[in-house]
Design a protein around this ligand. Structure first.
Ligand code: HEM
Length: 420
């Protein structure tokens, strides 16, 4: 897909007014209320929701995400199933540009939809659901009768070197990743889903993210100023989708590793560009592998300089991340930048400055068919040796099993609860 394919097409005003789901303002109705549906028309009607796989995994990346993790507080399996049913139907409506539920005209009751997306197009909205280990058992208790069906690949991730994960940005029994080309649409979607979880699941943590795409279709840059997203696995489908090796209810699904990675931007900005490039293993402005000219040239890790040293250093990020140095391990990155203001930080490097620093960085999202052959081997080594570690601290994260897609009428994860 090219950048052009990803570009959202907005409905014309005429379409909005005449489409079946167009805005029907009932000004002056007896209740003074508004019976409204959101504008939808052809190509603006969000990404496809029903299908073999959940959308939002290999879907071309939208410009914004809003991610939320939940703790289940339900005591019965039926409550969880009801929630997943409700989430599925709500998400299918939202991605096609409708309100979460049809709006009524009764002003003496809370609205069925919070309303901030009325008259906005769905902006390629995708909603992707995931299940954390706590859905299967928590504190040794099989709360919902599915403990025996926990996939082996849904491991408890070990603590990696340098990890500073805090509970308020980690874990969760359920996850929702909403992505759209409009931040208000992404937030709106999660907000409607969270509202339907009251009494069944509590909000645990949330993260918003953005990815600004250059108009010329160039690779977007992260907050370190480097092109990020150049390399993509050649066989994406093989890397991402669970196959016959997984339990039947996960086939066609994927495992999501999320990490909230704070960047030491003040430190980075006072670092020479040459050292930044050695750290990444690529040139900053062109994005080309060190010593080469074009962004999309292969890394050619075996190149040495005249002194016999590797052109791309042994502990450069791209070398440590590359499949060739990880026994072929690969994953599909789908990360976003985040920017949550400033807070007090004690730097971990000389001169150990203390003060208000940016709480900003990379909200790393990566999909793979099994984290044991994806994220874990790659990051285990990276966490120990990557030069980038002096500029990056993992402060939150989680692992979620994202079930396969659904046929219309099914709910997400149905085959986990109902054997076919
Ligand atoms: C703040 C943290 C990070 C930053 C700023 C960052 C940045 C980058 C950049 C600039 C590239 C080169 C361009 C590209 O191919 O996209 C890259 C490549 C890559 N990164 Fe990261 N990254 C970070 C964390 C991670 C983590 C935690 C992982 C996985 C464990 C990871 C996996 C990869 C992979 C697989 C590649 C492609 C390497 C190849 O060329 O084969 N990155 N990253």
């Amino acid at each position: 897909m090219t950048g052009d394919d990803q570009r959202e097409q907005r409905p014309s005003r005429r379409n909005v007014l005449t489409s079946a789901g167009g805005l029907l303002a009932l000004a002056g109705s007896a209740s003074g209320g508004l019976a409204a549906e959101r504008p939808t028309s052809g190509s603006s009607a969000g990404a496809a929701f029903w299908g073999t796989h959940q959308a939002g995994i290999t879907t071309p990346q939208q410009s914004y995400t809003y991610f939320m993790a939940f703790d289940l507080i339900a005591t019965k399996q039926t409550e969880v199933v009801d929630l997943l049913r409700s989430w599925t139907s709500t998400a299918s409506r939202l991605t096609s540009g409708q309100t979460a539920e049809p709006l009524g005209t009764n002003v003496d009751a809370p609205a069925a939809d919070s309303g901030e997306a009325l008259s906005l197009a769905p902006a390629q909205l995708t909603v992707t659901f995931g299940f954390g280990a706590g859905l299967f058992s928590k504190d040794g208790v099989d709360r919902y009768g599915v403990a025996a069906r926990r996939p082996e690949a849904l491991i408890d991730l070990q603590r990696f070197n340098g990890d500073q994960l805090v509970p308020e940005a980690s874990g969760g029994d359920l996850s929702v990743q909403a992505c759209a080309n409009d931040p208000q649409i992404a937030f709106h979607a999660v907000r409607q889903l969270a509202a339907r979880a009251y009494g069944i699941a509590d909000v645990r943590w949330a993260q918003s993210g953005f990815l600004s795409k250059p108009a010329d279709g160039e690779t977007p840059r992260n907050l370190m100023g480097f092109k990020d997203g150049t390399h993509r696995p050649a066989a994406v489908e093989k890397v991402v989708w669970v196959g016959a090796e997984g339990p039947d209810w996960m086939r066609g699904g994927s495992y999501l590793v999320v990490r909230r990675i704070r960047m030491a931007l003040e430190h980075w900005d006072r670092t020479n560009v040459g050292f930044q490039e050695q750290t990444m293993g690529r040139h900053k402005y062109s994005g080309a592998p060190l010593g080469l000219t074009h962004e999309n040239e292969p890394l050619r890790l075996d190149r040495n300089d005249k002194d016999g040293n590797p052109v791309i250093p042994e502990n450069a990020h791209v070398r440590l991340a590359n499949a060739a140095t990880n026994d072929g391990a690969e994953l599909l990155r789908r990360g976003y930048s985040y920017n949550d203001g400033v807070n007090f930080t004690a730097e971990r490097w000389p001169p150990w400055r203390q003060g208000m620093e940016y709480d900003a960085g990379l909200f790393f999202l990566a999909y793979q068919r099994d984290p044991r052959t994806g994220f874990v081997p790659i990051f285990e080594k990276m966490a120990k040796f990557d030069m980038l570690n002096q500029f990056a601290t993992h402060v939150g994260g989680g692992l979620f099993a994202c079930p396969p897609g659904m046929r219309a009428g099914e709910f997400v994860g149905q085959r986990l609860f109902v054997s076919t």
